[in-house]
Write a protein that binds this ligand. Structure first.
Ligand code: SAH
Ligand code: SF4
Length: 469
């Protein structure tokens, strides 16, 4: 599509700012609170920060307390059925809040409701939901909210799925030291199991200058970690008027002054290049961590998934990466029990886990997604077989992760401290450059800072240590 049609015009964005002012005037000067509940991936978290930014501009204070909230917005995910059911269940619970608090506004947005059938569900089965909008309508939230308030009528805004890029919206960052920067939106890959291309539209890249400006501002504000987001960052820039590769963008980001680490996700193996690996190897600002979703270790399954690479091509990439950066941490996504997955196919996946020795894996049982080709495949796997394979895979990886974690005992690691541990409030917790979770005792002032921690003990998913002098 023409670039001018992808970029939302400055006039349109100004119109939305005008709506923000109008909502603010309409609601008056009293205190009001908004809760934004987010499900799903980092892209959704980044979107929620823009929604929260707009709500702040309308005079809302962001809260985590649903009892206090005057407006609740649920940003949903559609990648697996489980995520959808969770979002629907929480939305269901808000009904009681609304019964207690008359003026409470409830909105729902994101990937799940960008599907026509879910929109209809909400319309008919959740009458207390006041407004709904799809992913490409995010920037019009002020207008939608204003129309709802003015007309006192439920509003349903679904995208035409053409996809767009809206710059110049306010952002309310939920974290003061880690930030998300979307570099592109949408996906063109149509993996046969995946709903994302249907709910997020086609691939479109933000302009290089807009990204550099945002990263520069974050670096100046003292952010320690900046994660670049896209469904397939490797195809960044192909649609720009002056095409540029993701590797070139990364190299330019690394030239920005400041003491920050860059991460990125997600990288599709079919488009990961040696150029990208070289840029990583040459730039200390880029974390030595690579998330490279494999999905399956069987070439037959990969072809049916429409992934467009083979296990051999994947292993070649891993070899090159380790040759250039021997200490790189590798993580991946795996789908278990994709339709037609045989015992041999599954063994091929286990074989890849053993060969690559990932630091960690994110594994999912295949979930049938309405409208995707794989949902129509006749050879769906029996749920009992799926669970059994899933358990075997977790056990296989646990052994590898535990062994890798053990190797850290005695080492001193730099940890970006994130807060108190969820399981032990006497301990701080943080992550290393390679995304290892570390728990240790230390003063609260360390939150948001780097700390040197000597590792004394390890478990499968976490390291434990003490502050090094
Ligand atoms: N764009 C990213 C993935 C986004 S979805 C990529 O290509 O890597 C995140 C992960 O969810 C995927 O990597 C995949 O492992 C998983 N996933 C996607 N659709 C799924 C489905 N229908 N069932 C189970 N897992 C799925
Ligand atoms: Fe889904 Fe594949 Fe696109 Fe990732 S690359 S979002 S898995 S279609």
């Amino acid at each position: 599509m023409e670039r001018s049609k992808v970029l939302i015009s400055a006039e349109e964005i100004e119109k939305q700012h005008e709506y923000m002012r109008k909502v603010k005037d309409l609601l008056g000067s009293g205190e009001r609170y908004a809760l934004v509940r987010t499900y799903g991936c980092q892209q959704n978290e980044a979107d929620s920060e823009r929604l929260a930014g707009m709500l702040c501009e309308m005079g809302y204070t962001i809260t985590e307390d649903e009892q206090l909230a005057d407006l609740i917005l649920v940003n949903t995910c559609a990648v697996r059925e489980h995520a959808e059911l969770k979002a629907l269940s929480i939305t269901g619970q808000f009904k009681h809040l609304k019964e207690k608090k008359k003026g409470l506004l409830i909105g729902i947005c994101g990937c799940m409701v960008s599907q026509e059938h879910r929109k209809e569900d909400i319309k008919h089965k959740y009458p207390y939901v006041d407004f709904l909008f799809g992913t490409a309508m995010l920037y019009r939230m002020p207008e939608i909210l204003y129309t709802k308030l003015k007309k006192d009528k439920r509003q349903f805004f679904l995208d035409d799925n053409s996809g767009n890029i809206a710059e110049g919206l306010p952002v309310y960052r939920m974290n003061s030291f880690k930030a998300w920067v979307s570099i592109m939106y949408g996906c063109n890959n149509f993996c046969s199991y995946c709903v994302v291309p249907y709910v997020r539209g086609r691939e479109r890249s933000r302009e290089v200058d807009a990204i550099l400006k945002e990263v520069r501002e974050l670096a100046d504000a003292g952010y320690k970690e900046i994660t670049l987001l896209g469904q397939n960052v490797n195809s960044y820039g192909k649609d720009l008027e002056e095409p540029i590769s993701f590797a070139q963008l990364l190299a330019r980001i690394c030239q920005i002054e400041g003491d920050f680490t860059v991460r990125f996700m997600t990288s599709h193996p079919k488009d990961a290049t040696k150029e990208l690996i070289d840029v990583m190897a040459d730039n200390k600002k880029i974390a030595r961590a690579f998330h490279l979703p494999l999905q399956s270790g069987s070439n037959r399954v990969l072809a049916r998934m429409n992934r467009k690479y083979t296990r051999e091509k994947y292993l070649e990439l891993v070899d090159y990466m380790r040759q250039k950066m021997p200490d790189i941490a590798l993580t991946t996504d795996i789908i278990v029990a994709f339709p037609g997955e045989s015992d041999e196919d599954f063994e091929d996946t286990l074989d890849m886990l053993k060969r690559v020795e990932y630091d960690n894996i994110y594994s999912f049982i295949y979930s049938k997604r309405k409208g995707t080709p794989a949902a129509e495949y006749p050879d769906q796997i029996d749920p009992a077989v799926a669970s059994e394979r899933f358990a075997r895979m977790i056990a296989c990886q646990q052994e590898i992760s535990a062994r890798k974690n053990k190797d850290y005992t005695g080492e001193i690691l730099q940890v970006l401290v994130e807060g108190y541990s969820k399981t032990d409030d006497q301990k701080l917790t943080g992550r290393t450059e390679k995304n290892r979770l570390v728990h240790f005792e230390g003063p609260e002032e360390l939150i948001g800072q780097y700390a040197a921690v000597r590792i004394t003990r390890s478990e499968t998913y976490a390291l434990f240590g003490e502050l090094a002098q």
